[in-house]
Design a protein around this ligand. Structure first.
Ligand code: NAI
Length: 335
């Protein structure tokens, strides 16, 4: 059986890591067909739009996309295409695993195995109502949190715990200070938790969570939180286990799902063959789970671990001297 997926090669290191990822997926003979679509700066250059209708149509049709990072200018210019995609397809769950890997320059070469489940469609992160006063002295932002949005993400986290045999969900919030938004999230989470007596549920304030993650990350299993906190916490978790080159993320909705690396376009190393393809490959493994191919996903993850163990062709971020494609070939040879 063949399965068509939309492939977005992205900006910066995007095309390099996508070529590497597709090389590995092709080796696995999964019956995947690729529909290539543009987004971001490449799309702007080629088609005059950052998010062309043809790309939207492709994702709507295939319902699954593998996406490389896209540029978002800092502080000015166009808004994030990633945020736009999440909004347009209502990809409400951002699922970011962080697991210790061997031979990484990590503070925790063992003991970390957690998943951040981040609400992906509301809260401060989406930049609703952003404005700057005419004199440039005051900036405003609306932070909207809904019971529906909170309920579905917390339920997603508990269902994920059941599906993956995990035992604990930690609800991360700032309800002591942000009594309305974070308060509503926490109250809703407490109510959802009563439907899952088999899963332990605890609560933690976000600043304490950051300290606890750095000191004792092994206490966490699944973290569920609002959009901005999840954005920051999941990068912190990536840092615990060897950096952004090893951190994947899935954006899941009811009608579509987009799989990617957590990292950005890495303009400082773009075009040099230095980018680590593992984050996107681990995103591809999440995609295989989603497509009902968990055995293949496990084989892919195992091949990545075996390549890290053998220190075969590792990229410079992992202390090696290999390049992106050589690393991918080393992984492919172990599948
Ligand atoms: P970044 O993640 O691109 O880079 C941060 C640091 O990590 C850099 O030193 C980079 O070289 C390194 N790095 C990242 N990925 C790597 C990899 N695969 N292998 C080896 N080293 C890697 O973050 P930055 O510089 O803040 O953002 C650059 C651009 O990416 C911005 O326009 C930002 O908006 C965009 N971005 C896009 C994302 C997406 O499309 N999902 C996510 C995050 C940022």
């Amino acid at each position: 059986m063949t399965q068509t997926i939309t492939v977005i090669r992205g900006d910066g290191i995007g095309p390099e890591i996508m070529d590497a990822a597709l090389y590995v997926l092709d080796t696995m003979q999964l019956g995947l067909q690729y529909e290539f679509a543009d987004a971001g700066l490449v799309a702007l250059e080629k088609q005059g739009e950052l998010l062309p209708q043809s790309t939207m149509d492709s994702i709507r049709k295939t319902r699954v996309a593998l996406k490389s990072p896209l540029t978002t200018p800092v502080g000015e210019g166009f808004s994030s295409i990633n945020v736009e995609l999440r909004k347009r397809f209502d990809l409400y769950a951002n699922v970011r695993p962080a697991k210790s890997f061997p031979n990484t320059k990590s503070r925790f070469p063992t003991g970390v195995d957690l998943i951040t489940v981040r609400e992906n469609t509301e809260g401060a992160y989406i930049g609703e109502g952003q404005s700057l006063s005419e004199d440039g002295e005051t900036a405003l932002l609306t932070q909207r949190v809904t019971r529906r949005g909170s309920e579905r993400i917390v339920r997603y986290a508990f269902e994920l715990a059941r599906k993956t045999g995990r035992k604990k969900v930690t609800v991360v919030h700032k309800a002591n200070i942000l009594k309305s938004t974070s308060g509503l999230f926490l109250k809703t989470a407490r109510a959802v938790a009563t439907d899952y007596p088999d899963i332990e549920c605890n609560e933690m304030i976000v600043d304490n969570t950051c300290m606890q993650l750095v000191m004792r990350p092994e206490q966490f299993d699944i973290i569920v939180t609002t959009n901005l906190f999840g954005d920051i916490i999941s990068d912190l978790c990536a840092g615990l286990v060897g950096g952004l080159g090893l951190a994947p993320g899935a954006n899941i909705g009811t009608d579509a799902a987009i799989f990617e690396a957590v990292h950005g376009t890495a303009p400082d190393i773009a075009g040099q063959g230095k980018a680590n393809p593992c984050a996107l490959l681990l995103g591809a493994a999440q995609m295989l789970d989603h497509l009902g191919m968990p055995d293949k996903a496990t084989r892919l993850r195992d091949a990545i671990v075996a390549t890290l163990e053998a220190k075969d062709s590792l990229t410079p971020d992992l202390g090696g001297t290999g390049n992106t494609m050589a690393f991918a070939k080393a992984i492919a040879s172990r599948i």
